[in-house]
Design a protein around this ligand. Structure first.
Ligand SMILES: [Zn+2]
Length: 275
């Protein structure tokens, strides 16, 4: 069986032990997302400073890949707009972020990562910051659209209208919404299918509700590995645990293959069996 977690982080809590726990629980494939710049002790003053972040992330992915098959997604977290902007001004923050995204796209074109991360703040911001954030996200979509790159987005909490809007931005930017993966999605794949955006559903107990709608989704824990908030979101063993639970509740094995293998292979254009 292939069991994939579509969105995990490694930071300063369990580190690689989290990947070992995932493997011991039955997990086989992980998509590891780069963190906020300050998690690497970097305060970017120019887009090129993201090189240090991406390189550090890729080296963590290489180590994790010795344990289970691990793939990197890199990019600029949308919260950088306030972290950087509060000190440098928001216009300057947004241009640093755009340059950081350009560099991430170069890495992805070279095959060093499988997807791009972007989005817009998940917390309330003023109109100016919201506008700049949407511009950064649109720019990321434009670059991704040019090269058929899948994009994981971190955004405000799900609403149908919000996702519909993001879907429109993607279309205008030339990126098919099917290539936009909404990280931290609720178990509503039926609604997501109508927006075009692809949901990465949090592997909580209510995933069963998702399976009852359709199998157009992937699963994630958003495991944070943050020593200050060790219990935040879900632990690294959750996706394998949830898969076993779904199977024991009579969910067809074919559905799990679809969610954990076929959908991932199609989104990222990778072959999980060969790895
Ligand atoms: Zn995350």
């Amino acid at each position: 069986m292939i069991i994939t977690d579509n969105h995990m982080h490694l930071h300063n809590h369990l580190g690689l032990e989290a990947i070992k726990q995932f493997k011991r629980a039955g997990g086989t494939h992980v998509i590891l997302i780069s963190n906020l710049a300050h998690h690497y002790g970097v305060f970017p003053l120019k887009g090129e400073d993201f090189v240090r972040i991406y390189d550090r992330h890729l080296s963590v992915v290489r180590e994790a890949n010795e344990i289970v098959r691990t793939y990197p997604v890199i990019g600029v977290h949308p919260a950088e707009i306030t972290i950087l902007g509060d000190k440098l001004g928001y216009e300057r923050a947004s241009s640093i972020m755009k340059r950081g995204i350009e560099i991430a796209v170069e890495y992805i074109k070279e095959g060093r990562a499988i997807g791009l991360k972007t989005g817009r703040p998940h917390y309330p911001v003023d109109e100016h910051i919201w506008k700049l954030s949407n511009e950064v996200m649109r720019y990321a979509f434009e670059l991704a659209g040019d090269h058929a790159i899948p994009v994981q987005i971190h955004t405000e909490s799900y609403t149908f209208d919000g996702m519909k809007e993001v879907s429109e931005i993607a279309k205008e930017a030339g990126l098919p919404p099917e290539k936009v993966i909404k990280h931290y999605s609720p178990p509503e794949p039926g609604e997501f299918a109508r927006t075009g955006i692809f949901p990465s559903i949090i592997a909580g107990k209510d995933v069963i509700k998702a399976v009852e709608q359709n199998s157009r989704f992937v699963m994630e824990t958003d495991y944070m590995d943050d020593s200050r908030r060790p219990g935040a979101v879900l632990g690294p063993k959750t996706v394998p645990k949830r898969v076993r639970e779904l199977l024991s509740r009579g969910v067809d094995e074919e559905i799990i293959w679809k969610i954990c293998r076929d959908n991932i292979e199609k989104l990222y254009e990778i072959d999980l069996d060969s790895s």
